[in-house]
Design a protein around this ligand. Structure first.
Ligand code: XMP
Length: 500
């Protein structure tokens, strides 16, 4: 990544800059915005089709948003706040099971189980699918139940064996997704169990998933090598983190994020080393804002670095503790310090408009993590709230009083796990984010803005934007010139709001 003159100069003067202090210069361009490649990576081995990561916050990333974001090419980090390890694992499981290439361990039912008990279990576990292999009590596959069988069943006390299909299309262990697709198309069968000679089921393909993976509709999906949507999960430090990682790794989580307010610390580094010693999982670590800190974490084995101390919309760390660094300089400093390592940087927090994505990447980030920019989407947890005639969704800092009072993990993130509730020192606030509608429409605008920015810079890829993007430092006059001025806005734009 080449030196950015404005940021270098600022660094030498002990001056730190953030998004509204700079704008990117335009350059000679050959590629049209729609042709640029916005693929990037979140960690050493985990790629992104769009450089967007959702924050590990309870108002932002649970399975619903993580599924939709992965379908759009990004990745969600399932939070660990007011939920148990079991619940966090179940969010990960729901993302991983949402779309399957090969389902290695299909959830099965016994032939003598009632329809009522199967449907209750489905509801209780939150399974989003309806197709189950049916086994006899010797463990041999004897049939399949699909959504149709449940739909046309008018008596829920019937047993699985009464409604299951017994004419099965079967394939041997090792059948590839291509072979499965051909076989299912030819036989017009929607389920293909893989079985051993003794009738034991060892895997299963579902046609709707296989078709999506094989055809263009899945082109944007961010999937792992088995065709399952990618998902990350947040952990803290120490014993609880090890327990979480053990359970999360069983569900094939793609990335572990050690999610702390102060990543450059002994307890984080010890946790990182211990996880890396025991698992072959990618571990992203944060948060930091100084190049030396990023380097220490990379040397300790981090597969990705998360940068951001205090830039977030709900953060008060800079005011309460007096620490933190304006985000564009923080990202640049960290990116420069570890540029030899090939470890990606995720710029976490402080983004307000799509142009900030372009700026963060040009400063050295490979991806951006968003909280407030996603908290108002339909897929984010929580209901729409009406205030003063407008629609909102709740959004609060993980270090806010409300979050810390109910969540040990929130207190741990801010090193107050032993603190009495009436003595907590919050580092965040609770508020509302404007309701924005469907995630897909919102991301379309964000990535659209990024593509435009890359077009202006003349960057055909994220790596080129990191390298070529260069900044001007702007003044308050330049800043107010950048926004609409001297008019009254009479129609809201889908990608611009005055109060954002
Ligand atoms: P945005 O600006 O996208 O920021 O809303 C989201 C990021 O903010 C961090 N975070 C906090 N930082 N106090 C803080 O100092 C808090 O209470 C708090 N909660 C979240 C976090 O890194 C998140 O991704």
């Amino acid at each position: 990544m080449r030196d950015k003159i404005v940021l270098e100069k600022a660094r030498n003067e002990g001056l730190a800059l953030t998004f509204d202090d700079v704008r990117l210069r335009s350059n000679y361009a050959e590629d049209m915005p729609d042709e640029v490649d916005v693929g990037s990576k979140f960690s050493r081995n985990v790629r992104l089709k769009i450089p967007i990561v959702s924050a590990a916050m309870d108002n932002v990333t649970e399975y619903g948003l993580a599924i939709e974001l992965a379908k759009l090419g990004g990745i969600g980090v399932i939070h660990r706040k007011n939920i148990s390890i079991k619940d966090q694992v179940s969010h990960v499981e729901k993302v991983k099971y949402h779309l399957n290439g090969l389902i290695e361990k299909p959830i099965w039912v016994y032939e003598d189980e009632s329809v009522f008990s199967i449907l209750s279990r489905r509801e209780e576990k939150g399974y989003t699918f309806h197709s189950f292999p049916v086994l006899n009590r010797e463990g041999k596959l004897v049939g399949i139940i699909t959504g149709n069988d449940f739909e046309f069943c008018r008596n829920s006390s019937l047993k699985a064996k009464d409604i299951m299909t017994t004419e099965l299309l079967l394939a041997p262990m090792g059948t590839t997704i291509d072979e499965a697709y051909d076989k299912m198309c030819k036989a017009k069968k929607k389920i293909l169990p893989l079985v051993k000679n003794n009738g034991e089921i060892v895997g299963m393909y579902v046609f709707s998933d296989v078709k999506r993976i094989k055809t263009r509709s899945a082109e944007t999906y961010n999937v792992d090598s088995k065709g399952q949507l990618r998902v990350a999960a947040a952990v803290g430090t120490g014993e609880e983190a090890f327990e979480r990682v053990a359970r999360l790794s069983e569900k094939n989580v793609d990335v572990i994020v050690i999610d702390t307010a102060h990543g450059d610390s002994k307890y984080v580094i010890d946790t990182l080393k211990e996880i890396k010693r025991n698992y072959s999982l990618d571990v992203v670590v944060g948060n930091v804002s100084i190049g030396e800190s990023a380097k220490r974490l990379v040397n300790a084995g981090a597969d990705g670095i998360k940068v951001g101390q205090g830039p977030g919309s709900i953060c008060t760390t800079r005011v309460i503790a007096g620490i933190g660094r304006p985000q564009v300089s923080a990202v640049y400093d960290c990116a420069k310090a570890i540029e030899e390592s090939d470890i990606p940087i995720c710029a976490d927090g402080g983004l307000r408009n799509s142009g900030d994505i372009t700026i963060a990447i040009a400063a050295g980030a490979h991806s951006v993590m968003m909280g407030s920019m996603l908290a108002g989407t339909e897929e984010a947890p929580g209901n729409i709230i009406f205030v003063e005639g407008r629609q909102w969704k709740s959004y609060r800092g993980m270090g806010s009083l409300g979050a810390m009072e109910i969540s040990g993990s929130s207190r741990e993130r801010y090193l107050q796990q032993q603190t009495e509730k009436n003595q907590l020192i919050p580092e965040g606030v609770e508020g509302l984010a404007p309701y924005k509608g469907r995630l897909a429409d919102v991301i379309f605008q964000y990535i659209g803005g990024l593509r435009r920015g890359m077009g202006y810079v003349g960057a055909a890829s994220i790596e080129e934007l990191r390298n070529k993007g260069d900044f001007d430092r702007i003044t308050t006059a330049g800043f107010s010139e950048s926004h609409p001025h001297d008019i009254k806005i009479i129609k809201e734009s889908p990608n611009y709001r005055k109060d954002e």
